[in-house]
Ligand binder design. Structure first.
Ligand SMILES: NC(=O)c1ccc[n+]([C@@H]2O[C@H](COP(=O)([O-])OP(=O)(O)OC[C@H]3O[C@@H](n4cnc5c(N)ncnc54)[C@H](O)[C@@H]3O)[C@@H](O)[C@H]2O)c1
Ligand SMILES: [Zn+2]
Length: 403
């Protein structure tokens, strides 16, 4: 297992993320031309399904990053009614200029549409235009579009090539890495899907400029998660640079996305199908899913719920004797600095336990938690005493307040 990274040393003196203890193999190789903006690239190493992730500004206008991955000069771009007016024309112009035929498929926007009916609209459009097995599906949008398009690609004609152009921070650091695709079922979120890897991922940081601030903060929650579970140095870097990240400073946001993808890629390449270590990516999510369910989907963004959930995980870790009070305070402060709620709503202890029990991380009836042994190191445990859990809930929640 290894993660290969090609990139320039980030500007402003940001150190390249070298982490020998995790076996990263880094290659510092600037990819520059005086016309192209600076871009960083890392490769997710999954044998013959390995693929590059390009991160940088202006990538939407560079068909050269896409064309070499096409099996035929024909793509279907799946996007939604929010993203299409912002970025679809630019992508179509770039691709058609490179001789690629583009079929746009514009879906309604929202998690509520991540379902069979909308998936079928993709199949209807593909079959209607006689899209072939070599036609590539391109996802242009956030995680909802990425997950649905990936699943459509995994199943249309038993699998067609797939490219991700994630346009939210969350999708750039999380959902576009790792190959999980799928849709929701009325009885459960992400319950129908497939593992399916893209040919290439383009994370164009310019697209983040149109993202609502709450969505940006929600993406920052997942970035903080990577620091907490894997890399204390990155966590300290995030503490020092949160202001620049929220202001979308180009060098800072590129570095943060890069390091996040690198950590996720490393975890995923060790455990693609979540048999073990991949579960550490769920830090804060057992608590977070209970908040999402308890408050009704859409009222708290996923990242907001995970933000408060990670504070709860830190509190529980302190009660397990692993984190100090000062470390919990640091965690809480970083969550707040990212514009995220650090206090969970009071669902009532019984409701909390019930909703956490519904979480996918339940193994044979036992609640398993991702907690922190220290800042930068996660542990998966089924041994959190009920009293510890109740104390954590009591300490962390408030009457419906979100911060
Ligand atoms: N596959 C995985 O491993 C994985 C991991 C995490 C989350 N997910 C999934 O991802 C989804 C959440 O993704 P998300 O947070 O990106 O939500 P999303 O796709 O709903 O996007 C959030 C909102 O931002 C809009 N938007 C997207 N790009 C924009 C831009 N550049 N400017 C302005 N608005 C823009 C979207 O249209 C939407 O209204 C969930 O369905 C979740 O289950 C999947
Ligand atoms: Zn998440």
């Amino acid at each position: 297992m290894r993660v290969i990274l090609n990139g320039r040393k980030a500007s402003k003196g940001y150190a390249m993320p070298v982490s020998r203890k995790h076996g990263l193999w880094l290659q510092s190789e600037p990819i520059r031309s005086f016309l192209l903006p600076v871009m960083q690239t890392l490769t997710v190493d999954l044998g013959d399904r390995s693929y590059p992730i390009h991160i940088g500004s202006g990538l939407l206008d560079q068909p050269g990053l896409i064309v070499p991955h096409l099996a035929q000069p024909r793509v279907a771009v799946v996007t939604n009614t929010t993203v299409a007016p912002l970025y679809l024309d630019r992508l179509i112009t770039a691709l058609t200029g490179a001789g690629v035929t583009v079929q746009p498929i514009v879906l309604p926007d929202g998690e509520a549409y991540k379902n069979w009916e909308t998936l079928n609209r993709i199949f209807d459009a593909l079959l209607g235009s006689r899209a072939e097995r070599k036609t590539t599906l391109v996802a242009l949008g956030g995680g909802v579009i990425g997950d649905m398009t990936g699943f459509a690609a995994a199943s249309y004609q038993r699998g067609v090539p797939f490219i991700q152009i994630p346009t939210t921070l969350l999708s750039q650091v999380d959902s576009s890495v790792g190959g999980k695709t799928g849709i929701n079922h009325p009885l459960g979120k992400n319950m129908i899907g497939a593992f399916y890897q893209p040919k290439v991922v383009l994370a164009d940081t310019d697209t983040l400029k149109t993202l609502p601030p709450r969505e940006l903060s929600a993406g920052l929650a997942e970035i903080i998660k990577y620091g907490l579970i894997w890399d204390a140095e990155f966590l300290a870097w995030l503490e020092a640079h949160m202001g620049e990240l929220r202001a979308l400073d180009a060098a800072a946001i590129t570095y943060a996305i890069h390091r996040s993808c690198e950590i996720k890629a490393q975890v995923v390449s060790e455990d693609e199908r979540e048999g073990g270590i991949r579960a550490i990516l769920n830090l804060g999510h057992t608590f977070g899913h209970a908040i999402e369910t308890g408050m009704g989907y859409g009222n708290w963004l996923h990242g907001e719920a995970v933000g408060a959930g990670m504070v709860m995980a830190a509190e529980a870790s302190q009660r397990m004797g692993w984190l100090s009070a000062a470390e919990v305070t640091r965690t809480r402060a970083l969550i707040r600095a990212a514009g995220l709620p650090d206090v969970a709503p009071d669902l009532g202890a019984e409701t909390w336990l019930e909703y956490m029990g519904h979480d996918k991380k339940v193994e044979s009836g036992k609640l398993r938690f991702v907690l922190l042994k220290k800042l930068g190191a996660a542990v998966i445990t089924g041994d959190v005493p009920a009293s510890t859990l109740r104390d954590t809930l009591t300490a962390c929640v408030t009457n419906g307040a979100s911060s």
